[in-house]
Structures are given as C-alpha cells and as structure tokens.
Write a protein that binds this ligand. Structure first.
Ligand code: ADP
Length: 303
C-alpha cells in the first residue's frame, strides 16, 4: 500500500526551480532515504509532502489525503523531526511532550500516561524533569524523536535525524528507528550520512538540482553504478605514484583534495605497486553508497 506519493512536483523560489518534477512513492512499512548535496531540494520536498508549503505544480497524496488541501488531517497520523528541533526552552523534558500533545488535542492526562514509555524509548527516563538548557544536542535530538511519536504516527518524516550527534547517540537512534520499522511504521528520512542510509533504508532516492537522479536499494545502486573495489591513496609520493602507475592500473580514478580514489574490479596490481612507496598510505575497501553519491553528484563543494 502506497502511503506517500508525489507526481511531477514543482516548487520555485525567486524564479528558480528548487523542486523540478519530483516523482516518488513510499510503501507502508518502508524506510526510504532522500539523499543529496546541500541545496538539492530535500527539505523543500519534505515540507511540500507535509503540506507546510504550497507546490507550484504537481500532486501529492499523503496517507490517502490530497496535500496541501487535506494536509492538516493527514498530519494527525504523521510524526516529524525537523532540522531545527523547536523544543520549548522554558519547559522541562516532560513538559515539552505534554505541550506537544495539546497540538493534537490530547488531554494532558492521556499524554502523561504515554510519557514514561516515550522517555524510555528515547533513553531519557532519568531526564524527565530536566530543563532544556541542561540538555546536550544529542539529548535534544532524542527528545525531538520522542516528541514526534506522541501521536503514535504511522509515518515518520525525519530531516537529518542524527546530524550533530556523536557516534554513540547515532547508534542509539539507528537502533530506535529499526525498532520503529519492526513495529511496521514507515520512515522517510534525509541524511548526509551514507552509512546511515545504507543501514536503515530499503530504498534511497538521490536528488540533485531539484530532481531525483537515481533511486533503488542501496546495494543495487552500488552494483549498478560503480566498480566494486576502491583503493584510497594519500600521502607523500602520490604524484610520483600517479605518474608511474595510477593512470594505468585504475579503471577509473577521482581526485579529491590530497587523496586519489581508484575504482576497479581487480586490485591486486595496484596494491602490489604501492609496496614500493612506503610513505604512501592507502585504504582498500569495497565500494559503498558514498562512492555512488559522489560519482553521481560530483566532488565539488556546494555552499
Ligand atoms: P536541501 O534540503 O537539499 O539542502 P533545500 O530544500 O533546503 O535543500 O533548499 C533547496 C534550495 O531552495 C536552496 O537553494 C535553498 O536556498 C532554496 N530555498 C529553500 N527554502 C527557501 C525559501 N523559503 N526561500 C527562498 N529559497 C529557499
């Protein structure tokens, strides 16, 4: 069952198309990742899907409701973690959940019953009475996730859910999101962490300049778009190694800053050639989603 779909979605800002014909569909129970460099149009697409901004063209259906016309009613079954957490600085952890429940028209008594479970889920049970200014960025992010679950939503929109988190907090969020998927919730997330997308998402859509340029299961995209092996090389002597061997041994290579990324099927020749260059450092690894992302969107800085 499709829970979210967009057809030929368009949005302009200042005469510029920032969403330029996006078609995508999300099935119930799926985790779909929207990836793309800064400015690709990911957040705008999410905001359009939620009915928070008006499209300039196209159709959106969210949980069988037309958006933006019936967005308000569709959003009752949706949870959102946006990039800015909008937590109320004057309230405690519990009070933030209570107040958010009121937006959905829930009685405080009903929300209060759910709060212990939500805090437990977010690993915040010991922090119920903590004021916002005492919470680290990671704790706030976890509270934002707990808050997004206040209405027991069927579908979650997460805009960079682990941005700014340390590895420990990131792993906790991944584990929690997996738990939500096991409960048959549907998740649409944006992320800059390719490892996050590869771990969590059944399918990813790579966006650039307002359009989806590739989509599919991460493993399929890796198999289709890129050579299977990568050797990343950096350090003193790189130029001389490149002159002697680089161009000949790699099927394809990309330069980025002080590193060379060599892409190929067989790496034996290249690894053997590196033995003669003890000052060079290298990392030999299987190709991943980040390699696909960089091949499709380029290595130039965006902002
Ligand atoms: P992403 O989430 O992929 O980084 P966004 O959807 O936030 O990209 O932004 C896409 C483009 O639209 C950017 O160039 C951004 O500057 C522009 N943009 C987003 N929101 C607005 C706005 N409210 N007014 C004008 N331009 C905007």
């Amino acid at each position: 069952m499709v829970v979210l779909s967009t057809k030929n979605l368009h949005k302009m800002y200042g005469g510029r198309s920032v969403v330029a014909g996006v078609n995508f569909a999300v099935e119930s129970g799926e985790c779909v990742g929207l990836l793309g460099p800064n400015g690709a149009g990911k957040t705008t697409t999410l905001r359009l899907c939620l009915g928070l901004i008006e499209p300039d063209g196209g159709n959106i259906s969210l949980l069988d409701k037309a958006v933006p016309q019936e967005a308000r009613s569709a959003r009752r079954r949706v949870g959102v973690v946006s990039q800015t957490d909008n937590l109320d600085p004057d309230f405690t952890v519990s009070e933030n959940l209570l107040v958010y429940g009121r937006y959905f028209g829930f009685a405080d008594s009903a929300t209060s019953k759910r709060i212990p479970d939500l805090l437990e889920f977010a690993g915040l049970s010991q922090r119920a009475n903590e004021k916002m200014q005492n919470l680290s960025g990671g704790l706030k992010r976890r509270l934002a996730l707990a808050r997004a679950l206040i209405n027991d939503p069927d579908l979650l929109f997460l805009d960079e859910p682990t941005n700014g988190l340390d590895p420990q907090a990131r792993h906790l969020i991944w584990q929690r999101l997996r738990q939500l998927l096991n409960q048959k919730k549907t998740i649409v997330l944006t992320t800059h962490f390719m490892e996050e997308a590869e771990r969590l998402c059944a399918r990813v859509c790579i966006m650039d300049n307002g359009v989806i340029i590739a989509s599919g299961p991460p493993r399929e995209l890796i198999n289709q778009c890129i050579e299977p092996q990568v050797v990343e090389i950096f350090g003193e002597g790189l130029e001389s190694w490149m002159d002697q061997h680089g161009g000949k041994l790699a099927e394809r290579y990309e330069r980025a800053g002080e590193s060379v990324f060599c892409y190929m099927h067989e790496t034996e020749g290249i690894v053997a050639s590196l033995l003669a260059y003890p000052t060079l450092r290298y990392l030999h690894r299987p190709a991943n989603l980040e390699d696909v992302f960089l091949k499709l969107t380029g290595r130039e800085l965006r902002d």
